[in-house]
Design a protein around this ligand. Structure first.
Ligand SMILES: [Zn+2]
Length: 250
C-alpha cells in the first residue's frame, strides 16, 4: 500500500500534466537574484534507487535507477568542469537515514512529515525534497535537478523529453528560460510543464531555489531506449544540460 501511494505520488503529475501547456515565454518577468556568494552550488538527484528500481523495459539496458545514476555522475563531472560545486542526494551506495534527515530538519526548524515517509528501503521523493530543503539552509543552493526515465508501455510510440517544475517556484521564469534553452539543444519540441502545487512533483515543490525534474526519455520507446543505452548520447545530453544550467544560474 505504501509503495502504491509512492507510485501514485510520482505518477499523478504525469497523468495530469498532459493538459498543461508548456513553453510559454515569461520574458520580462522579474526573477529574484540567485545567491551571490560567489559559489555555484548545484544539487543533483538520481531518481529512484535502493528498494525502488524505477522503470525499465525490454529495450533499455538496466533500470531507471541505474541509468539516472550514471547520468547524474556525468552531469556532475560536466558541472564541476564548468566551475560548479555539486552535491548529490545519494551516490547509489547509500542514502541519508531518516534520523539524519530529521536531525537536519530539526536544526533548521523544518517540519518533517513522518506520515509521508514510505519505508526504510526507499529514499522517497518526499524525503529527497525535504532533505534538499534542509541542505539549502546550510549551503545556498543555486539549482536542484532530479533526473528520471519515463515509461508508457501501453503506447510505445510516446517518445519525448519532459521538463517539469512547480509554477509557484520563485524562479519559475528562470526555469522556463532554462527549459526552453535546453529544449532547443535537444529537439525543440521537448514537453515543458509548469505544474500547480497539487500536481507538481514533490521534489520540485520545496525551497526557494530553482528546481526542475528532467525526464530523459521513454524506456518504453525503442529508439529512445537505444539513445539511453548509448554512453555517447548520455555524454552529449549531460554536457548540454550542464551548459544550460550554468547559463541559467549565472
Ligand atoms: Zn522516475
Amino acid at each position: 500500500m505504501k509503495k502504491y501511494i509512492f507510485s501514485l505520488l510520482l505518477l499523478l503529475p504525469l497523468l495530469l500534466s498532459a493538459c498543461v501547456g508548456g513553453g510559454e515565454s515569461t520574458a520580462g518577468e522579474s526573477i529574484p537574484e540567485i545567491s551571490d556568494d560567489g559559489r555555484t552550488v548545484i544539487v543533483l538527484d538520481a531518481g529512484h534507487g535502493f528498494g525502488d528500481p524505477g522503470c525499465g523495459s525490454e529495450y533499455m539496458v538496466g533500470t531507471e535507477a541505474e541509468v539516472t545514476l550514471d547520468m547524474v555522475n556525468r552531469l556532475k563531472d560536466e558541472l564541476v568542469s564548468l566551475g560548479a560545486e555539486v552535491i548529490l542526494t545519494h551516490d547509489g551506495e547509500a542514502f541519508p537515514a531518516s534520523e539524519e534527515i530529521i536531525d537536519i530538519c530539526v536544526t533548521h526548524g523544518i517540519d518533517y512529515r513522518e506520515d509521508l515517509v514510505v519505508e526504510d528501503t526507499v529514499f522517497s521523493a518526499y524525503e529527497r525534497g525535504v532533505y534538499v530543503l534542509a541542505l539549502s539552509k546550510e549551503t545556498p543552493i543555486d539549482m536542484f535537478v532530479s533526473l528520471h526515465v519515463n515509461s508508457f508501455p501501453t503506447d510505445p510510440t510516446v517518445d519525448r523529453y519532459e521538463l517539469y517544475y512547480y509554477e509557484g517556484n520563485p524562479y519559475s521564469a528562470l526555469l522556463n528560460r532554462l527549459c526552453v534553452a535546453f529544449s532547443k539543444r535537444l529537439d525543440n519540441k521537448t514537453k515543458i510543464a509548469p505544474l500547480d502545487y497539487e500536481n507538481a512533483y514533490i521534489v520540485t515543490k520545496y525551497g526557494d531555489y530553482p528546481s526542475v525534474l528532467v525526464e530523459t526519455g521513454y524506456a518504453s520507446n525503442e529508439s529512445a531506449a537505444q539513445k539511453l543505452n548509448s554512453p555517447a548520447w548520455r555524454a552529449e545530453f549531460c554536457k548540454a544540460l550542464a551548459e544550460e544550467i550554468i547559463k541559467a544560474v549565472k
